[in-house]
Write a protein that binds this ligand. Structure first.
Ligand SMILES: [Cu+2]
Length: 228
């Protein structure tokens, strides 16, 4: 990975995250256009005094109409996709599978009860137990294995303090609050390994409770479930 590719978003692994990346680029291009236009116009009006006088002596109904309608259209173009994205992200909270992620000081544990009931803790791998090619402070001893192309309902909660379960490549982040069950949907369009970190400062080892989710095909998912 080069330096510049690290400045971009992670590749979107589901429809929402791909949509959000496209929306970011769209909003950014509008922003750049406005910035260039404003700088350009301010230079023109500063350098030519004649134009300024024209504005003072005549009224330009058409021009006023344009500079009222144009910003409104820009806001509409930004607002409509933004709201659509938000409602799409919320979605219908009914998954095919349900997994519960529980935050602890300082590790995550996962529970499920769909095909086989499971309950395991997921601790960060320490530096001396890392093998070649592992990601430091991101690798865990027991990662969460989920089937791809399946709507999974994630229930996020905590047993002690506030934590936050985040998966940047899916554009997902949900607070883990003691006594509350926060719910969101996860779908991965392709198999792969996705990493996240606790995103709510939760104590001394806040940086050392990573999240690792592996999306696999159903065959491997069942194989993994039965071996647990
Ligand atoms: Cu935490």
């Amino acid at each position: 990975m080069t330096t510049y590719s690290r400045m971009q978003f992670l590749d979107g692994a589901n429809i929402t995250s791909s949509g959000m990346i496209i929306f970011h680029d769209f909003a950014f291009s509008i922003l750049m256009f406005i910035l260039t236009f404003v700088i350009f116009m301010s230079f023109i009006s500063l350098s030519t005094y004649k134009h300024m006088r024209l504005f003072k002596e005549y009224s330009f109904n058409m021009l006023e109409m344009i500079w009222t309608l144009f910003p409104a259209l820009v806001l509409l173009a930004l607002g409509v996709p933004s709201f659509l994205m938000m409602y799409f992200l919320e979605g219908e909270l009914k998954g095919d599978l349900t997994v519960k992620a529980v935050g602890h000081q300082w590790f995550w544990s996962y529970e499920g009860n769909d095909l086989v009931s499971f309950d395991f803790d997921s601790y960060m791998k320490l530096d001396d137990s890392l093998s070649m090619g592992d990601n430091r402070v991101l690798e865990v001893d027991n990662s969460l294995v989920l089937p791809m192309m399946t709507k999974i309902r994630m229930i996020i909660t905590s047993t002690d303090v506030l934590h936050s379960w985040a998966l940047p490549s899916m554009c997902l982040k949900m607070d883990a609050i003691p006594g509350r069950l926060n719910t969101m949907n996860i779908i991965s369009l392709y198999p792969g390994s996705f990493y996240g970190q606790c995103s709510e400062i939760c104590g001394i080892n806040h940086s050392f409770m990573p999240i690792h989710v592996e999306f696999v095909g159903w065959k491997d998912y069942i194989k993994n479930l039965t071996s647990m």
